[in-house]
Design a protein around this ligand. Structure first.
Ligand SMILES: Nc1nc2c(ncn2[C@@H]2O[C@H](COP(=O)(O)OP(=O)(O)OP(=O)(O)O)[C@@H](O)[C@H]2O)c(=O)[nH]1
Ligand SMILES: [Mg+2]
Length: 399
């Protein structure tokens, strides 16, 4: 990073820093402005004092500064942030589209918009999983409407296992939440999974923050109970619900066993009409099963409840459980710790996404990499050497 950025980020004055490395403030400001390039010893000292954040390259190569916005762009950012804060659905949809964009210029805009976001711990982020057809969308629609009646604003991020070929998300979910999607106090966004982590949209965490900024205080994240997506969603929410079908005596359903262990609450859906009896049996079975599997996480007793999403039955009990859970977590500070550690996970996620993006952009057109590929093909070098050379190249030139 440039020295100017480093000093700003670490709140170090020019005077202080020049003293640290033993030069005059005037020389330092010349180095910062690029008017002069420092001597080798000074460059090394700066490298050492900044723990490698400011490297020799930052003085010798003038990278195009893409961080600066012109006044029109700044006005646009301010306008968008304001509209978002006022709850404009248009601004919200636009911001999430920017969040999902892979373009560098959009990423910079997103960063700028996010700078204005305030921490909001008065929201509840709810992850919902279960096998296809268990009724996740119906459940979210009914519970969502139930919560809107209690004066909440409800948002839904449905992570679609969209096929790579179509490149888009299945619209089914939106039509399945017919009533919720037209409600002024609700916002539904199907996110294309982009083939990442078996279905989790890369940008779900960022999208959640946008929704909260726009005033949505209950955020549902729907995902299917079949892949790795669950653990990723689990890492983004405050409470994780697993929906089950009434299976009346069947052993564990077509859901991965590990997913049950992630559950903060298990809900047997479709407890209505002729499925009611089967639902009661499933409830009993799972209540027994969770006792056997031992202590739940988070010092919290998990439970198995029943509901009918079609008939909107059982929601009072479910919502009481959710509120109780969140309040307890807030009391013992786990809620805040959890959100903090999720931020760190988000950071690493973002690092690895960016690194992957940089690498995959280069793989197809970089002459050096193509040469290495050729060498491997001709058996001039082995895979270990090739991977080391490539990593070395990226560290020196691209990161
Ligand atoms: N009897 C009954 N049927 C329900 C209930 N909830 C959902 N269904 C039905 O189950 C079917 C699947 O519901 P969805 O809400 O689309 O299920 P989903 O889990 O979101 O499915 P995917 O998104 O494909 O994974 C639909 O035909 C619903 O009408 C319920 O409480 N009772
Ligand atoms: Mg669904």
């Amino acid at each position: 990073m440039k020295l100017k950025e480093y000093l700003k980020l670490n709140k170090i004055s020019n005077k202080e820093f020049s003293k640290l490395i033993g030069i005059t403030p005037v020389s330092l400001s010349r180095y910062i402005s690029g008017e002069r390039i420092p001597e080798k010893e000074i460059v090394l000292k700066i490298f050492e004092f900044t723990h490698g954040s400011v490297s020799p390259d930052d003085f010798y190569f003038q990278k195009k500064n893409t961080q600066e916005f012109n006044s029109d762009q700044l006005t646009l950012i301010n306008q968008m942030s304001k509209q978002l804060k006022n709850g404009s659905k248009r601004a919200l949809a636009k911001t999430i589209t920017l969040v999902e964009s892979k373009l560098k210029k959009d990423k910079l805009l997103v960063q700028k918009i996010f700078e204005k976001f305030k921490v909001n711990n008065n929201t509840v982020r709810i992850g919902i999983t279960g096998v296809p057809g268990v009724g996740k969308s119906t459940f979210i629609e009914s519970l969502g409407l139930f919560l809107i009646q209690k004066s909440h604003k409800v948002a839904v991020l449905a992570i679609d296992p969209s096929s790579k070929e179509s490149g888009g998300s299945i619209l089914g979910d939106k039509t399945r939440m017919e009533k919720l999607s037209i409600n002024p106090l609700a916002f539904i966004r199907p996110s294309p999974s982009d083939g990442h982590l078996g279905g989790v949209a890369k940008k779900t965490h960022e999208s959640i923050l946008c929704l909260e900024e726009a005033g949505y205080d209950i955020i549902f994240v729907e995902t299917m109970g079949v892949g790795q997506a669950e653990t990723a969603v689990y890492d983004m929410v405050d409470i994780f619900l697993v929906l089950l079908l009434p299976s009346g005596g069947d052993e564990l359903q077509g859901i991965k066993k590990g997913i049950i262990e992630l559950a903060d609450l298990i809900i047997v859906n479709k407890a209505d009409n002729d499925l009611k009896k089967a639902a009661e049996i499933t409830q009993r079975e799972y209540r027994n099963a969770i006792q056997i599997t031992g202590k739940p996480r988070k010092d919290h007793e998990i439970d198995v409840l029943m509901c009918s999403s079609l008939k909107s039955e059982g929601f009072n009990e479910i919502w009481d459980f959710v509120l109780n859970f969140v309040n307890k977590q807030k009391k013992n500070k786990k809620f805040y710790e959890n959100r903090e550690s999720q931020k760190t996970k988000w950071m690493w996620n973002s690092v690895s996404n960016n690194v992957n993006e940089i690498i995959s952009n280069e793989i197809v057109r970089n002459k050096f990499i193509l040469k290495i590929k050729e060498k491997v093909k001709n058996k001039n070098i082995n895979i270990f050497q090739a991977s080391e050379l490539i990593i070395d190249y990226f560290i020196k030139n691209k990161f």
